[in-house]
Design a protein around this ligand. Structure first.
Ligand code: FAD
Length: 423
């Protein structure tokens, strides 16, 4: 029996191993991973496709990480979980039994049923294998792509494909791109930059079916849109969204909503079984509720909290919130918390936008406390504002300074600077 078993060896799994080893130097740890190498930055797979990074450059830990931490790494898929026997079954039929289990299985791409989706040239975009296949296809001469979905993953793959000289059409069901992160104004600024880079953007519809090439029915040749138009292409990348990989707990007592339900120690409804990262629904301190927040730094933190608790040190997850920091098509963007709320009289919105549309800053406040922000073009001060948000600091006395071009630490009252340990 292994004292600790962790399924999934990426952000959350690594966070857990490091936390366990801080507390328990010797307890046996077995990590189960279906990917041969999973200690790489998933957000960097677009850099792999564009040619900016190779796998070596993407690694978040060195190859000796597992060995150095005295971890038995088993590169196999876990296919079953027996809670009463305390055992995980692997694809080869062997069982790994545990005292404490962490499910850090992440998410999987959501692919809706679509006629023609089995054709050669249809990809998803969530792991290094997807990136390798896409890069190979481009190397083999493919130069027209349809990307379905204009969210975070859709825009990251579009940026990479464009850098490789591929002509991309993005098809988005919503009426604007990055609709979960940005309001209409911010989305329009980004859309203009994306179009300027030569991308064709089609909003308000999706792909109905994928057709083959006239000379080879099995290879992607075009897509038919829901409103009837046709777009010729060699590749289709489905980037609609990611859903939690809860299959191991399906039919068990482990409680799930969309993801696995956890408490503040990242323990599930079953004692000694923990979940962290994209597979879990952890606490959002802005919405004051648990929900799925598929973000790298949160996965690491949640994994660490689980690891501490598994090893016997009490730790509580302080919570995270929607916080994206990206730079695609040359525009730095930060979007945190309630960045794009529905109209609500209880919310105060402050905006600063320059005439050239290169800088857009927006703050959302509730009772003089920051609950959301968007920064486009100039993101340097977002860190200070996030501190104010996270610590629920009342900004009434210095609200007018927050969006000024010269806003900085000096604009904060002494009491806040003291709290930030700056005095
Ligand atoms: C293209 C892209 C861009 C992104 N950009 C950003 C960004 O800019 N900022 C940001 O914060 N986040 C970003 N993310 C999200 C971020 O990568 C995830 O939040 C993070 O990887 C979650 O970590 P995790 O450990 O929970 O799960 P994952 O990274 O998904 O790792 C889970 C691991 O478990 C393995 N696994 C699953 N089931 C089993 C099983 N049954 N048996 C064995 N192994 C299994 C999987 O193969 C995988 O290796 C991006 C993601 C993608 C795909």
């Amino acid at each position: 029996m292994s004292k600790y078993v962790i399924v999934g060896a990426c952000a959350a799994g690594i966070g857990a191993v490091e936390a366990i080893r801080e507390i328990d130097a010797d307890g046996e740890i077995t990590v189960v991973s279906e990917e041969q190498c999973s200690h790489y930055s998933r957000p960097m797979i677009s850099d792999f496709v564009s040619g900016k990074a190779n796998l070596e450059k993407m690694k978040t830990r060195d190859d000796q990480f597992w060995q150095k931490n005295n971890v038995t790494l088993v590169c196999k898929k876990a296919v079953g979980l027996n809670l009463s026997e305390h055992a995980v079954t692997l694809e080869d039929g062997t069982n790994v039994s545990y005292e404490k289990l962490l499910l850090a299985t992440g998410g999987k791409p959501f692919v809706p049923k679509m006629e023609g989706q089995e054709k050669e040239g249809v990809y998803t975009f969530t792991n290094i294998s997807d990136a390798e296949q896409l890069a190979q296809k481009i190397n083999a001469g493919a130069n027209r792509a349809v990307v379905i979905g204009a969210g975070l993953i859709g825009i990251s793959v579009t940026d990479a494909l464009t850098k490789r000289g591929v002509k991309v059409t993005m098809v988005e069901l919503q009426d604007k791109i990055l609709s979960l992160l940005l309001d209409a104004t911010a989305s329009e600024i980004v859309e203009a930059a994306v179009r300027k880079a030569g991308v064709n953007i089609i909003t308000g519809q999706s792909v109905q079916k994928i057709l083959g090439k006239p000379d080879n029915e099995n290879q992607v040749g075009s897509v038919v849109l829901t409103k009837g138009g046709q777009v010729p292409c060699d590749m289709v990348i489905v980037a609609i969204g990611v859903i939690p990989r809860t299959e191991l707990v399906a039919g068990t007592e482990v409680k799930t909503n969309r993801g696995i339900v956890v408490d503040g120690s990242m323990q599930t409804s079953v004692p000694n079984v923990y979940a962290s990262g994209d597979v879990a629904e952890a606490y959002d301190f802005i919405l004051n509720q648990n929900r799925q927040l598929p973000l790298w730094p949160l996965a690491v933190l949640e994994g660490r909290v689980a690891g501490y608790n598994m090893a016997g040190k009490k730790a509580d997850y302080a919570g995270g919130t929607n916080m994206s920091s990206l730079k695609y098509f040359g525009i730095p963007i930060v979007s945190i918390g309630l960045a794009n709320p529905k109209p609500d009289a209880a919310l105060e919105i402050l905006v600063n936008q320059d005439a050239e549309n290169t800088v857009y800053k927006k703050l959302v406040l509730k009772d003089n406390v920051l609950v959301g922000m968007t920064f486009l073009g100039a993101i340097e001060r977002a860190g200070i504002l996030f501190y104010l948000m996270k610590n629920k600091i009342n900004v009434q006395a210095f609200k007018d300074a927050l969006l000024k071009d010269d806003f900085g630490l000096a604009a904060l009252p002494e009491s806040v600077r003291t709290q930030m340990n700056l005095e």
